[in-house]
Write a protein that binds this ligand. Sequence first.
Ligand code: SAH
Ligand code: SF4
Ligand code: F3S
Length: 476
Amino acid sequence: MKKLYIETVGCQMNLLDSELVVASLRKEGYELTNSTADADTVLFNTCSVRQHAEDKIYSALGRLKDAKKQMPNKVIGVMGCMAQKDQRLIFQRAPYVDIVVGPGQLHQIPRLVREARENPNQQQLEVSLGRKDGAVETIKRSHESFDPLRDPTMRPTPFQAYVRIQIGCDKFCTYCIVPSVRGPEQSRPGSQIVAEVQQLADEGCKEVTLLGQTVNSWRHTEGDRTWRFSDLLHAVHEVAGIERIKFVTSYPKDMTDDVLAAVRDLPKCVKYLHVPAQHGSDTQLARMKRGYTIADYREMHDRAKKWMPNVAITSDFIVGFSGESEEDFQQTMDLVRECRFKNSFIFKYSERPGTKSADHLPDDIPDEVKRRRNNELLALQNQISEEDNQRFLGQRVQVLIEGPSKKADPNAAGPLQLTGRTLCDRIVVFEGNRRQVGQTLPVAIYDANAHTLFGAVVTDHVGPEVFSLAGVSSAE
Ligand code: SAH
Ligand code: SF4
Ligand code: F3S
């Protein structure tokens, strides 16, 4: 058995890509290890969305320099978005790296690893075309996806899976590197997606999360039929065995009535929408080229809340983007106060080379101001999350149990702390036992903080005849 160490940073797209790469390498006789020291192959699946994500990988690579000297046969590979962005620069900064593979070329990894082992001195680069390197169709073809290959053991749990429905992005928000590293937006055919979900369900998967950078912009024509995203939700909803359907990330402008109606009317659809606003000021939104105003965002938000009063909405925000005045920032604070998001992911603006904002807009907010705004917004969001979570005290929620919590002792024989999610995607922690993992059970909530609800499984009285009918002992 050869040993593979793989480290993944970045978004859900990368988690899924790593799952697929592991599946392809298992076919080559690899098994996973969690130490770089005894790995035959070390892979980093990288992200370029902020400088910090890149720095992390370059320092991890730096730590491998000596290991490679001692074990020249160790294959070191850098894959993912930073591979596509930095290309040969990676070989310059870390000359002992053997392969650099962009996210649109991951299907080549088994061959590249094999060749790197046979020819240790030959560095190999496989990347897709840049956004200006040819006709759109040619560029699209250079971003290949190999989604049908799956490895259930790489998933967070065997009953939850990501399903990519769209690759790339065409929105070109001025700050964002994703369109250049992930290529043109392409939607996968609905029939293929449904077949994949069916296969996952057959393998015991209960929850699917549909992935796309602007997932609700998904649209696909097959023959004479054009599927909208809402049609896809309906089709996935038909798949027996699937109990929950989630999707991320939604684009505010494409949150059309048909999408909201599908989420409202389809019981398997999780009542949770991740629709990043990015900013609360119209001038900043225009500089970011997000394609909507705060009035548009507010209209979308109010419509979702009106149609589904209990829907949980989450957002991303960037603070300290080019030209952000104190007043602009306060408008972001106002939007958070008004929308009371379940949660917000807050990022300090990080200039990305090659983006429109890097070329045309100065990165002019000092880091300490970015940091202060980040902390202020985070404190406000935490206060709101905590207040809103308090509303759950005394309530009973249906929890899909994901597994032992971070604090649980993995070797515990008896009861252990479990974690799961409500239908509105809130995290719930409670005491249970391993057998309950993968089940959906009622939990009564007795405590809450900003990020977590704490509860106890509700065990309703069930008569002994029911137990004997079900063929289980009452001790169950
Ligand atoms: N497709 C998603 C976001 C993908 S990137 C969407 O459109 O919402 C995830 C998040 O990273 C973004 O929502 C944004 O808030 C943040 N982000 C992207 N580029 C950034 C940059 N240059 N600096 C700081 N944060 C950034
Ligand atoms: Fe980036 Fe904007 Fe595309 Fe999201 S929609 S991936 S923020 S360019
Ligand atoms: Fe990062 Fe690439 Fe995802 S840049 S956020 S890993 S699409």
